[in-house]
Design a protein around this ligand. Structure first.
Ligand code: HEM
Length: 364
């Protein structure tokens, strides 16, 4: 009832605005904000709530990182190959990871996602959105808090899962490049280049469970910035384990306080992906556009995008980039393990000061 009233109020306020010579129909929502589709008005109160109460007033911190990881672990739960054999292969971005939390969080690759599912649950309960839509919305809004990030697209209208996704749809850091590329290709016909683009997410990321003795250990030296440091630092020679040795899916990293996944190491060096990987170094514009496009494709897995409502204009504009591509202090061009055979590694300055040691991402 309240929703109906709001919708009619919104359509009353519908206005034609002319911008840049093109007519854009916009509606003014009860909250005073405008959007191109009245159905998107319902998102503004949700965004206010998660920015204040989930993301600590608009930070790019741990909950944002975990919410972004969750978008992936929900969406990638789809296998047309498996479905073709008559066995349900999962519904993609259908909320199954939260709806069937008891089942899916027991899958090895989902280790730790229960924390953010439990943090998001009260928000889902107090807003009128599907679980599937909420998970993808939270990821896109969270990323908008990170300096340098693209403004990600948001769609609503996904149907919630009625069955859990099967196990083994989420790639593991100890999987081979062959198997990772095959998994993404099965899930959504992602190309090798799109897989590399999606891994830009690891620029705002840390691991709690790969080496459980050092929770919050980031994958690059700037986990609060959506910058190209991840692509630079994964190309540097690994020399140390930041915590203990012998963890499955971990290889040596170049910096104290930084952890390196075996899968990121291999994708950075495999001949199918190395040049694409290197192409992101010091290329913020490509980082933004390629991640935005691949993320959009990922977030609608399992739905027909034409059945969804595009609410992308509700997403805040992220802060401008706040870093310049560099080698961390103590690292130089000679420390690069050049893997791309076609193009030399870009020339970068080295940060001045004492050898870089990366601080953990604080839990909130
Ligand atoms: C080859 C594919 C991938 C593998 C093997 C992989 C693996 C991992 C692992 C092992 C962690 C650490 C989890 C922990 O110990 O807490 C992690 C963290 C993360 N991953 Fe991935 N990932 C992949 C792709 C992606 C994609 C496509 C996205 C998003 C679009 C993503 C987003 C994240 C984020 C944001 C975190 C950090 C979570 C946090 O800081 O709490 N990953 N990933």
């Amino acid at each position: 009832m309240a929703f109906k009233l709001l919708a009619s109020f919104v359509s009353l306020l519908a206005a034609i605005q002319v911008a840049n010579g093109a007519a854009t129909r916009r509606v003014t929502c009860a909250t005073g904000q405008t959007t191109t589709n009245a159905a998107c008005c319902a998102l503004f109160p949700v965004i206010d709530d998660i920015q204040t109460n989930l993301f600590d007033g608009g930070e790019c911190g741990e909950e944002v990182h975990e919410s972004l990881r969750l978008t992936f672990h929900d969406a990638i739960g789809i296998s047309p190959k498996m479905s073709a054999t008559g066995v349900f292969g999962g519904g993609g971005a259908d909320g199954s990871i939260a709806i069937f939390e008891d089942i899916e969080t027991n899958f090895h690759a989902n280790n730790g996602v229960d924390e953010i599912i439990d943090e998001q649950r009260p928000f889902i309960q107090r807003h009128n959105l599907t679980t599937a839509d909420f998970i993808q919305l939270a990821g896109a809004i969270g990323v908008s808090n990170c300096p340098g990030a693209p403004r990600l697209d948001v769609f609503i209208g996904r149907k919630d899962a009625t069955q859990p996704a099967p196990d083994l749809t989420v790639p593991e850091p100890f999987d081979t490049v062959d198997s990772i590329l095959a998994r993404f290709s099965d899930a959504g016909r992602f190309s090798a280049a799109e897989v590399v683009a999606l891994l830009a997410s690891h620029t705002i990321a840390a691991a709690d469970h790969v080496d459980p003795t050092i929770p919050g250990t980031p994958f690059d030296s700037t986990p609060e910035l959506f910058d190209t440091q991840f692509f630079i630092e994964t190309q540097l020679k690994g020399t140390l384990f930041p915590g203990t040795a012998g963890n499955q899916g971990e290889v040596t990293s170049p910096l104290h306080g930084e952890i390196r996944l075996q899968s990121d190491f291999e994708l950075a060096r495999d001949q199918r992906t190395a040049c694409e990987w290197q192409s992101f170094v010091n290329n913020q514009a490509k980082l933004q556009s390629a991640f935005k496009a691949a993320f959009r494709k990922m977030t609608v897995l399992g739905s027909n995008v034409h059945d969804l409502v595009d609410c992308s204009d509700v997403v805040p504009t992220p802060p401008a980039p706040a870093s310049k591509a560099h080698f961390p202090a103590g690292q130089f061009h000679r420390d690069v393990e050049q893997a791309c055979r076609n193009t030399p590694f870009p020339v970068l300055p080295t940060d001045p000061g004492p050898v870089t040691s990366v601080a953990p991402v604080p839990p909130s």
